[in-house]
Design a protein around this ligand. Sequence first.
Ligand SMILES: O=P(O)(O)OC[C@H]1O[C@H](O)[C@H](O)[C@@H](O)[C@@H]1O
Length: 428
Amino acid sequence: MKDIILDYANGFVSDEEILRLEPQLKTVHRILYEGKDQNVGWLNYPNEYDRKEFEMIKESAEKVRSNSEAFIVIGIGGSYLGSRAVVESISHSFYDNMVVKKNNIEIYFVGNNISGTYLKELMDVLEGKDISINVISKSGTTLEPAIAFRIFKEYMERKYGRKNSKERIYITTDKEKGVLSQIAEEEGYNRFTIPNDIGGRYSVFTPVGIFPIAVAGIDIDKLMEGAQSGVMEYSSDIIKENISYIYGAIRNILYRKGKEIEILVSYEPRLFYLQEWWKQLFGESEGKDGRGIYPSSLSLTTDLHSMGQLVQDGRRNMFETVLNVISPREDIVIRKDEKDLDNLNFLAGKSMDFVNKKAFEGTLKAHVDGGVPNLIINMPKIDEYFLGKLMYFFQKSCAVSGYLLGVNPFDQPGVEKYKKNMFELLRK
Ligand SMILES: O=P(O)(O)OC[C@H]1O[C@H](O)[C@H](O)[C@@H](O)[C@@H]1O
Protein backbone atom coordinates (compact mmCIF):
# COMPACT_ATOMS: atom_id res chain seq x y z
CA MET A 1 0.00 0.00 0.00
CA LYS A 2 1.39 3.36 -1.04
CA ASP A 3 -1.12 5.83 0.30
CA ILE A 4 -3.60 6.65 3.01
CA ILE A 5 -6.83 4.81 2.30
CA LEU A 6 -10.23 5.19 3.96
CA ASP A 7 -12.17 1.93 4.25
CA TYR A 8 -15.79 2.45 5.26
CA ALA A 9 -17.15 -0.98 4.33
CA ASN A 10 -18.11 -1.45 7.99
CA GLY A 11 -19.25 2.13 8.52
CA PHE A 12 -23.00 1.41 8.42
CA VAL A 13 -23.33 4.13 5.79
CA SER A 14 -24.05 3.50 2.11
CA ASP A 15 -22.52 5.22 -0.90
CA GLU A 16 -25.97 6.62 -1.76
CA GLU A 17 -26.22 8.30 1.64
CA ILE A 18 -22.80 9.84 1.16
CA LEU A 19 -23.57 11.01 -2.37
CA ARG A 20 -26.76 12.63 -1.15
CA LEU A 21 -24.56 15.08 0.72
CA GLU A 22 -22.68 16.10 -2.41
CA PRO A 23 -24.56 19.40 -2.94
CA GLN A 24 -23.87 20.49 0.67
CA LEU A 25 -20.26 19.43 0.30
CA LYS A 26 -19.85 21.48 -2.85
CA THR A 27 -21.18 24.53 -0.99
CA VAL A 28 -18.80 23.89 1.91
CA HIS A 29 -15.94 23.47 -0.57
CA ARG A 30 -16.78 26.83 -2.14
CA ILE A 31 -16.95 28.57 1.24
CA LEU A 32 -13.54 27.15 2.16
CA TYR A 33 -11.79 28.02 -1.08
CA GLU A 34 -13.38 31.41 -1.59
CA GLY A 35 -11.79 32.19 1.76
CA LYS A 36 -14.93 33.90 3.06
CA ASP A 37 -13.86 32.73 6.46
CA GLN A 38 -10.89 34.60 7.87
CA ASN A 39 -9.34 31.46 9.34
CA VAL A 40 -8.51 29.28 6.36
CA GLY A 41 -4.82 30.19 6.01
CA TRP A 42 -3.95 26.56 6.80
CA LEU A 43 -5.67 25.35 3.61
CA ASN A 44 -2.82 26.14 1.27
CA TYR A 45 -0.11 26.84 3.85
CA PRO A 46 1.97 23.72 3.04
CA ASN A 47 2.49 25.21 -0.44
CA GLU A 48 2.68 28.86 0.48
CA TYR A 49 4.76 28.91 3.64
CA ASP A 50 7.59 31.41 4.00
CA ARG A 51 10.68 29.56 2.69
CA LYS A 52 13.05 32.06 4.31
CA GLU A 53 11.55 31.60 7.74
CA PHE A 54 11.60 27.83 7.19
CA GLU A 55 15.35 27.95 6.58
CA MET A 56 15.79 30.13 9.67
CA ILE A 57 13.89 27.53 11.66
CA LYS A 58 16.25 24.81 10.43
CA GLU A 59 19.29 26.92 11.34
CA SER A 60 17.90 27.70 14.78
CA ALA A 61 17.11 24.03 15.32
CA GLU A 62 20.72 23.15 14.43
CA LYS A 63 21.94 25.75 16.87
CA VAL A 64 19.74 24.40 19.67
CA ARG A 65 20.92 20.86 18.98
CA SER A 66 24.53 21.97 19.13
CA ASN A 67 24.33 24.03 22.33
CA SER A 68 21.61 22.27 24.35
CA GLU A 69 21.02 18.88 25.91
CA ALA A 70 17.37 19.59 26.59
CA PHE A 71 14.73 21.66 24.85
CA ILE A 72 11.69 22.95 26.71
CA VAL A 73 8.53 23.56 24.70
CA ILE A 74 6.13 25.85 26.56
CA GLY A 75 2.60 25.87 25.15
CA ILE A 76 -0.90 24.46 25.54
CA GLY A 77 -3.67 23.17 23.24
CA GLY A 78 -2.92 23.89 19.61
CA SER A 79 0.38 25.42 20.66
CA TYR A 80 1.81 22.06 21.70
CA LEU A 81 -0.30 19.06 20.72
CA GLY A 82 0.72 19.05 17.04
CA SER A 83 4.45 19.08 17.69
CA ARG A 84 4.11 16.59 20.52
CA ALA A 85 2.05 14.29 18.27
CA VAL A 86 4.76 14.26 15.60
CA VAL A 87 7.69 14.06 18.03
CA GLU A 88 6.18 11.14 19.92
CA SER A 89 5.02 9.32 16.79
CA ILE A 90 8.47 9.42 15.21
CA SER A 91 10.76 9.10 18.19
CA HIS A 92 11.92 6.02 20.07
CA SER A 93 9.41 4.75 22.63
CA PHE A 94 11.93 4.30 25.43
CA TYR A 95 14.81 6.70 25.02
CA ASP A 96 12.73 8.77 27.36
CA ASN A 97 12.14 11.80 25.21
CA MET A 98 15.54 11.40 23.60
CA VAL A 99 14.25 11.58 20.13
CA VAL A 100 16.23 9.40 17.74
CA LYS A 101 19.25 8.50 19.81
CA LYS A 102 21.83 10.01 17.50
CA ASN A 103 20.42 13.51 17.89
CA ASN A 104 20.57 13.11 21.60
CA ILE A 105 18.38 15.96 22.68
CA GLU A 106 15.66 15.65 25.26
CA ILE A 107 12.39 17.38 24.49
CA TYR A 108 10.07 18.38 27.35
CA PHE A 109 6.60 19.86 27.04
CA VAL A 110 5.51 22.22 29.81
CA GLY A 111 3.09 25.10 30.29
CA ASN A 112 0.24 22.71 29.50
CA ASN A 113 -0.97 22.53 33.11
CA ILE A 114 -0.66 24.58 36.31
CA SER A 115 0.97 21.90 38.43
CA GLY A 116 3.92 23.19 40.45
CA THR A 117 4.99 19.59 41.11
CA TYR A 118 5.31 18.92 37.39
CA LEU A 119 7.51 21.98 36.81
CA LYS A 120 9.57 21.46 39.94
CA GLU A 121 10.29 17.84 39.01
CA LEU A 122 11.28 18.87 35.50
CA MET A 123 13.81 21.23 37.03
CA ASP A 124 15.23 18.27 38.98
CA VAL A 125 15.78 16.48 35.67
CA LEU A 126 17.33 19.57 34.06
CA GLU A 127 19.93 19.98 36.80
CA GLY A 128 23.35 20.48 35.21
CA LYS A 129 22.07 20.35 31.63
CA ASP A 130 22.33 23.04 29.00
CA ILE A 131 18.89 24.02 27.76
CA SER A 132 16.99 26.20 25.31
CA ILE A 133 13.32 27.08 25.46
CA ASN A 134 10.55 27.80 22.98
CA VAL A 135 7.48 29.64 24.23
CA ILE A 136 4.53 29.22 21.90
CA SER A 137 1.29 31.15 22.25
CA LYS A 138 -0.76 32.64 19.48
CA SER A 139 -2.69 35.00 21.72
CA GLY A 140 0.33 35.58 23.91
CA THR A 141 -1.96 35.77 26.92
CA THR A 142 -2.78 32.14 27.85
CA LEU A 143 -2.21 31.67 31.56
CA GLU A 144 -0.55 28.22 31.67
CA PRO A 145 2.32 28.96 29.27
CA ALA A 146 2.61 32.52 30.63
CA ILE A 147 3.26 31.22 34.16
CA ALA A 148 5.71 28.57 32.93
CA PHE A 149 7.55 31.20 30.90
CA ARG A 150 7.82 33.62 33.81
CA ILE A 151 9.39 30.82 35.86
CA PHE A 152 11.70 29.63 33.07
CA LYS A 153 12.76 33.13 32.09
CA GLU A 154 13.99 33.68 35.62
CA TYR A 155 15.58 30.20 35.64
CA MET A 156 17.45 30.96 32.40
CA GLU A 157 18.61 34.37 33.59
CA ARG A 158 19.93 32.85 36.79
CA LYS A 159 21.69 30.10 34.87
CA TYR A 160 23.07 32.01 31.90
CA GLY A 161 22.77 35.67 32.81
CA ARG A 162 20.30 38.07 31.17
CA LYS A 163 22.35 38.65 28.02
CA ASN A 164 23.33 35.06 27.28
CA SER A 165 19.89 33.67 28.05
CA LYS A 166 18.51 35.65 25.10
CA GLU A 167 20.42 33.32 22.79
CA ARG A 168 18.50 30.37 24.19
CA ILE A 169 14.97 31.74 24.27
CA TYR A 170 12.75 31.41 21.20
CA ILE A 171 9.30 32.96 20.99
CA THR A 172 6.56 31.82 18.60
CA THR A 173 3.60 34.18 18.63
CA ASP A 174 1.45 36.58 16.65
CA LYS A 175 3.26 39.18 14.53
CA GLU A 176 2.29 42.06 16.79
CA LYS A 177 -0.65 41.23 19.09
CA GLY A 178 -0.31 40.11 22.71
CA VAL A 179 2.12 40.61 25.58
CA LEU A 180 4.40 37.81 24.40
CA SER A 181 5.05 39.77 21.24
CA GLN A 182 5.88 42.82 23.36
CA ILE A 183 8.20 40.78 25.58
CA ALA A 184 10.00 39.38 22.52
CA GLU A 185 10.41 42.89 21.16
CA GLU A 186 11.52 44.43 24.44
CA GLU A 187 14.01 41.66 25.28
CA GLY A 188 15.24 41.06 21.74
CA TYR A 189 14.49 37.33 21.70
CA ASN A 190 14.61 35.12 18.60
CA ARG A 191 11.10 34.90 17.24
CA PHE A 192 8.88 33.11 14.75
CA THR A 193 5.47 34.18 13.56
CA ILE A 194 2.08 32.46 13.68
CA PRO A 195 0.04 33.60 10.68
CA ASN A 196 -3.07 35.62 11.55
CA ASP A 197 -5.40 33.45 9.55
CA ILE A 198 -4.44 30.10 11.12
CA GLY A 199 -5.96 29.04 14.43
CA GLY A 200 -3.98 27.08 17.03
CA ARG A 201 -5.43 23.65 16.33
CA TYR A 202 -4.74 24.04 12.59
CA SER A 203 -1.18 25.29 13.12
CA VAL A 204 1.05 22.20 13.21
CA PHE A 205 2.70 23.04 9.85
CA THR A 206 3.51 26.62 10.90
CA PRO A 207 6.49 27.50 13.14
CA VAL A 208 4.27 26.47 16.08
CA GLY A 209 4.80 22.83 15.20
CA ILE A 210 7.73 22.89 12.83
CA PHE A 211 10.37 24.41 15.13
CA PRO A 212 10.10 21.91 18.02
CA ILE A 213 9.78 19.09 15.48
CA ALA A 214 12.99 20.23 13.74
CA VAL A 215 14.81 20.51 17.07
CA ALA A 216 13.83 16.90 17.72
CA GLY A 217 15.83 15.98 14.63
CA ILE A 218 12.77 15.08 12.58
CA ASP A 219 12.71 15.73 8.84
CA ILE A 220 10.44 18.77 8.42
CA ASP A 221 10.86 18.80 4.63
CA LYS A 222 9.28 15.36 4.44
CA LEU A 223 6.50 16.40 6.83
CA MET A 224 5.69 19.35 4.57
CA GLU A 225 5.91 17.14 1.48
CA GLY A 226 3.26 14.88 2.99
CA ALA A 227 1.07 17.88 3.79
CA GLN A 228 1.53 19.21 0.24
CA SER A 229 0.42 15.90 -1.14
CA GLY A 230 -2.65 16.23 1.11
CA VAL A 231 -3.38 19.74 -0.21
CA MET A 232 -3.37 18.38 -3.74
CA GLU A 233 -5.21 15.13 -3.18
CA TYR A 234 -7.94 16.40 -0.88
CA SER A 235 -8.84 19.41 -2.97
CA SER A 236 -11.44 17.92 -5.30
CA ASP A 237 -15.07 18.83 -4.76
CA ILE A 238 -16.09 15.55 -6.36
CA ILE A 239 -16.86 13.59 -3.27
CA LYS A 240 -16.02 10.15 -4.68
CA GLU A 241 -12.48 11.36 -5.35
CA ASN A 242 -11.88 12.98 -1.99
CA ILE A 243 -11.56 10.76 1.08
CA SER A 244 -11.31 13.71 3.47
CA TYR A 245 -14.78 14.82 2.34
CA ILE A 246 -16.08 11.24 2.53
CA TYR A 247 -14.84 10.97 6.12
CA GLY A 248 -16.46 14.34 6.98
CA ALA A 249 -19.72 13.25 5.34
CA ILE A 250 -19.81 9.87 7.11
CA ARG A 251 -19.26 11.51 10.48
CA ASN A 252 -22.19 13.80 9.80
CA ILE A 253 -24.45 10.93 8.70
CA LEU A 254 -23.53 8.80 11.72
CA TYR A 255 -24.09 11.76 14.06
CA ARG A 256 -27.57 12.19 12.67
CA LYS A 257 -28.18 8.49 13.33
CA GLY A 258 -27.42 9.03 17.01
CA LYS A 259 -23.73 8.13 17.00
CA GLU A 260 -22.61 10.98 19.19
CA ILE A 261 -19.23 9.61 20.24
CA GLU A 262 -16.31 8.90 17.95
CA ILE A 263 -13.43 6.82 19.25
CA LEU A 264 -10.13 7.19 17.45
CA VAL A 265 -8.46 3.84 17.92
CA SER A 266 -4.84 2.87 17.42
CA TYR A 267 -2.84 -0.30 17.94
CA GLU A 268 0.45 1.61 18.08
CA PRO A 269 1.12 3.29 21.44
CA ARG A 270 3.36 5.88 19.77
CA LEU A 271 0.25 7.44 18.23
CA PHE A 272 -1.15 8.42 21.65
CA TYR A 273 -0.46 12.13 21.19
CA LEU A 274 -1.68 12.11 17.63
CA GLN A 275 -4.99 10.97 19.11
CA GLU A 276 -4.80 13.81 21.65
CA TRP A 277 -4.13 16.32 18.87
CA TRP A 278 -7.08 14.92 16.91
CA LYS A 279 -9.37 15.31 19.94
CA GLN A 280 -8.63 19.02 20.23
CA LEU A 281 -9.01 19.51 16.49
CA PHE A 282 -12.46 17.95 16.32
CA GLY A 283 -13.66 18.77 19.83
CA GLU A 284 -13.02 22.51 19.67
CA SER A 285 -14.08 22.77 16.06
CA GLU A 286 -17.45 21.06 16.39
CA GLY A 287 -18.54 21.16 20.01
CA LYS A 288 -20.68 24.28 20.08
CA ASP A 289 -24.24 25.56 19.86
CA GLY A 290 -25.42 22.41 21.68
CA ARG A 291 -24.00 20.21 18.93
CA GLY A 292 -20.97 18.09 18.13
CA ILE A 293 -19.58 14.57 18.19
CA TYR A 294 -17.62 13.82 21.38
CA PRO A 295 -14.13 12.82 20.19
CA SER A 296 -12.47 10.21 22.37
CA SER A 297 -9.65 7.74 21.91
CA LEU A 298 -8.55 4.26 22.86
CA SER A 299 -5.14 2.66 22.72
CA LEU A 300 -5.50 -1.01 21.80
CA THR A 301 -5.16 -3.72 22.66
CA THR A 302 -4.40 -2.11 26.07
CA ASP A 303 -7.85 -0.59 26.55
CA LEU A 304 -9.71 -3.69 25.38
CA HIS A 305 -8.98 -4.91 28.89
CA SER A 306 -10.56 -1.87 30.50
CA MET A 307 -12.95 -0.15 28.09
CA GLY A 308 -13.61 -3.00 25.63
CA GLN A 309 -16.72 -4.10 27.52
CA LEU A 310 -18.35 -0.69 27.14
CA VAL A 311 -17.61 -0.50 23.43
CA GLN A 312 -18.87 -4.05 22.84
CA ASP A 313 -22.00 -3.92 24.96
CA GLY A 314 -22.73 -0.41 26.19
CA ARG A 315 -25.10 2.18 24.79
CA ARG A 316 -25.01 2.10 20.98
CA ASN A 317 -24.19 5.79 20.59
CA MET A 318 -20.64 5.47 19.31
CA PHE A 319 -18.54 4.69 16.28
CA GLU A 320 -14.88 3.88 15.88
CA THR A 321 -12.26 5.20 13.51
CA VAL A 322 -9.26 2.91 13.46
CA LEU A 323 -5.80 4.18 12.54
CA ASN A 324 -4.33 1.05 11.01
CA VAL A 325 -0.58 1.18 10.36
CA ILE A 326 0.25 -1.37 7.67
CA SER A 327 4.00 -1.73 8.27
CA PRO A 328 5.32 -1.28 11.78
CA ARG A 329 8.74 0.27 12.30
CA GLU A 330 10.01 -2.79 14.19
CA ASP A 331 8.78 -6.32 14.73
CA ILE A 332 9.66 -9.40 16.76
CA VAL A 333 9.10 -13.03 15.82
CA ILE A 334 7.75 -15.31 18.54
CA ARG A 335 9.96 -18.41 18.78
CA LYS A 336 9.06 -22.02 19.41
CA ASP A 337 9.64 -23.21 22.96
CA GLU A 338 10.41 -26.91 23.42
CA LYS A 339 8.49 -27.28 26.65
CA ASP A 340 5.62 -24.99 25.65
CA LEU A 341 4.66 -24.51 29.28
CA ASP A 342 2.82 -21.29 28.42
CA ASN A 343 0.92 -23.02 25.59
CA LEU A 344 1.97 -20.35 23.14
CA ASN A 345 3.55 -22.60 20.53
CA PHE A 346 0.54 -22.04 18.30
CA LEU A 347 2.12 -18.62 17.71
CA ALA A 348 5.60 -19.95 16.97
CA GLY A 349 7.05 -18.35 13.85
CA LYS A 350 4.48 -15.57 13.85
CA SER A 351 5.49 -11.96 14.36
CA MET A 352 4.03 -9.66 17.01
CA ASP A 353 2.67 -7.46 14.24
CA PHE A 354 0.88 -10.48 12.77
CA VAL A 355 -0.77 -11.11 16.15
CA ASN A 356 -1.54 -7.39 16.57
CA LYS A 357 -3.27 -7.35 13.17
CA LYS A 358 -5.32 -10.43 14.07
CA ALA A 359 -6.33 -8.70 17.30
CA PHE A 360 -7.42 -5.74 15.17
CA GLU A 361 -9.40 -7.95 12.75
CA GLY A 362 -11.03 -9.87 15.60
CA THR A 363 -11.95 -6.68 17.45
CA LEU A 364 -13.30 -5.08 14.30
CA LYS A 365 -15.62 -8.01 13.69
CA ALA A 366 -16.73 -8.16 17.33
CA HIS A 367 -17.49 -4.44 17.51
CA VAL A 368 -19.23 -4.35 14.14
CA ASP A 369 -21.32 -7.38 15.18
CA GLY A 370 -22.06 -5.48 18.38
CA GLY A 371 -23.49 -2.56 16.42
CA VAL A 372 -20.52 -0.18 16.41
CA PRO A 373 -19.78 1.28 12.96
CA ASN A 374 -16.07 1.06 12.16
CA LEU A 375 -14.15 3.25 9.76
CA ILE A 376 -10.57 2.30 8.99
CA ILE A 377 -7.88 4.74 7.99
CA ASN A 378 -5.09 2.62 6.58
CA MET A 379 -1.70 4.28 6.56
CA PRO A 380 1.32 2.56 4.98
CA LYS A 381 3.69 3.43 7.85
CA ILE A 382 4.40 6.04 10.47
CA ASP A 383 6.93 8.43 9.00
CA GLU A 384 7.16 12.18 8.48
CA TYR A 385 5.54 12.07 5.05
CA PHE A 386 2.47 10.08 6.04
CA LEU A 387 2.04 11.93 9.32
CA GLY A 388 2.04 15.22 7.40
CA LYS A 389 -0.50 13.87 4.98
CA LEU A 390 -2.67 12.33 7.70
CA MET A 391 -2.73 15.50 9.79
CA TYR A 392 -3.69 17.57 6.77
CA PHE A 393 -6.37 14.97 5.95
CA PHE A 394 -7.86 15.42 9.43
CA GLN A 395 -7.72 19.22 9.27
CA LYS A 396 -9.58 19.25 5.99
CA SER A 397 -12.17 16.69 7.11
CA CYS A 398 -12.70 18.60 10.32
CA ALA A 399 -13.43 21.90 8.59
CA VAL A 400 -15.84 20.16 6.23
CA SER A 401 -17.50 18.18 8.99
CA GLY A 402 -17.95 21.34 11.10
CA TYR A 403 -19.59 23.26 8.27
CA LEU A 404 -21.88 20.30 7.50
CA LEU A 405 -22.91 20.38 11.14
CA GLY A 406 -23.77 24.05 10.78
CA VAL A 407 -21.17 25.40 13.19
CA ASN A 408 -18.14 27.63 12.73
CA PRO A 409 -15.23 25.16 12.84
CA PHE A 410 -12.67 27.89 13.52
CA ASP A 411 -13.76 29.54 16.75
CA GLN A 412 -13.96 28.37 20.38
CA PRO A 413 -16.06 30.90 22.28
CA GLY A 414 -16.94 28.40 25.01
CA VAL A 415 -13.35 28.13 26.23
CA GLU A 416 -13.53 31.66 27.65
CA LYS A 417 -16.18 30.76 30.26
CA TYR A 418 -13.88 28.95 32.70
CA LYS A 419 -11.16 31.54 32.19
CA LYS A 420 -13.52 34.33 33.21
CA ASN A 421 -14.47 32.50 36.44
CA MET A 422 -10.86 31.63 37.20
CA PHE A 423 -9.63 35.21 36.72
CA GLU A 424 -12.45 36.52 38.93
CA LEU A 425 -11.40 34.06 41.63
CA LEU A 426 -7.79 35.14 41.19
CA ARG A 427 -8.91 38.77 41.39
CA LYS A 428 -7.11 39.67 38.17
O1 LIG B 1 -1.69 29.64 21.49
P1 LIG B 1 -2.52 30.19 22.59
O2 LIG B 1 -3.14 31.51 22.24
O3 LIG B 1 -1.76 30.25 23.88
O4 LIG B 1 -3.73 29.21 22.81
C1 LIG B 1 -3.58 27.91 23.28
C2 LIG B 1 -4.92 27.21 23.32
O5 LIG B 1 -5.70 27.71 24.36
C3 LIG B 1 -6.97 28.30 24.16
O6 LIG B 1 -7.68 28.42 25.37
C4 LIG B 1 -7.80 27.67 23.06
O7 LIG B 1 -8.93 27.00 23.53
C5 LIG B 1 -7.03 26.75 22.15
O8 LIG B 1 -7.66 26.73 20.91
C6 LIG B 1 -5.60 27.18 21.98
O9 LIG B 1 -4.93 26.31 21.10
